[in-house]
Write a protein that binds this ligand. Structure first.
Ligand SMILES: C[S@@+](CC[C@H](N)C(=O)[O-])C[C@H]1O[C@@H](n2cnc3c(N)ncnc32)[C@H](O)[C@@H]1O
Length: 255
């Protein structure tokens, strides 16, 4: 809740009034599977998006993290004719760079949060990129097959850092179905020095504190490799990725 609370307080420091849903009439089952996992079950309202909160709740650093992920994938060989699946695309911090670059219809973005997808559409409209016909989907179970496409590249920036291992496993299982035989899925993690690392980790740069069993989560490389192997992927640590908050890049390929 820390980021969201800070944003709310910045908006109206004198009150505890919350400008995001759900309302108090919603039952726990309405709140979706991420309730008690991370904050992304909260929906921004139109007025929040007007004020640009969608740029903050995906982690801020809008001007830095968008180009960083775009240039990273270009360095890995992304070309306009390739298809790209942006997992947990949020408000399209990366998407506003990928959509104009890729050929029409080649960008696929999925997120659990409908309000962030709506905000992303507004970002695309502002740069006249909707004509590139991006495919945007709200889904809470990583059902990438709903796009009806196979992809060359997939990317999950700062998504697995908010998820328990079973959610990550589900994502990898669904990714197996849509990633082309020679495709690559790049995903970032907070990495722990050894498996079952119960202690908090203070990451530098960035100052983020990650946890064993609380958002933001950390996993050891061997744990990530085990997750990959269990679904028929192999995982490789990519040392050239430099993240401002010390998340590490892992490449998943069909084993
Ligand atoms: C830190 S933001 C990063 C967004 C985007 N990748 C970027 O770089 O701007 C994390 C994103 O993951 C999404 N997310 C969290 N849990 C998810 C889930 N189970 N399925 C799909 N998306 C999820 C959130 O809604 C949010 O948009």
């Amino acid at each position: 809740m820390r980021i969201w609370n800070a944003i709310r307080n910045r908006l109206s420091p004198q009150s505890n009034t919350i400008s995001v849903s759900p309302t108090s009439t919603q039952s726990p089952t309405d709140l979706g599977p991420m309730h008690h996992v991370n904050d992304y079950w909260l929906q921004l309202q139109e007025s929040d998006i007007d004020q640009g909160l969608h740029r903050l709740v995906v982690g801020g650093m809008w001007e830095e993290m968008g180009p960083l992920q775009f240039e990273f994938l270009r360095a890995q060989g992304l070309k306009p004719h390739h298809t790209l699946l942006d997992v947990g695309c949020g408000s399209l911090r990366g998407g506003i760079h990928f959509v104009p670059y890729l050929d029409t219809g080649n960008y696929y973005g999925l997120d659990i949060n409908a309000s962030l997808i709506d905000a992303g559409k507004r970002e695309l409209a502002a740069i006249n990129a909707l004509s590139k016909e991006p495919h945007l989907l709200v889904d809470d179970q990583f059902r990438f097959s709903r796009f009806g496409a196979q992809v060359d590249y997939a990317l999950a920036i700062s998504v697995f850092s908010h998820l328990y291992v079973n959610h990550i496993q589900r994502c990898l299982i669904e990714m197996k179905k849509v990633l082309k035989n020679d495709g690559v899925f790049y995903a970032t993690f907070f990495v722990a020095p050894h498996p079952l690392h119960l202690d908090d980790i203070h990451h530098q740069p960035g100052g983020v504190v990650s946890h064993f069993d609380q958002d933001p989560f950390h996993y050891a490389l061997s744990e990530i490799e085990a997750m990959a192997a269990s679904v028929g992927f192999r995982a490789e640590h990519i040392s050239t990725w430099q993240h401002p908050r010390n998340q590490q890049m892992i490449a998943f390929r069909h084993a």
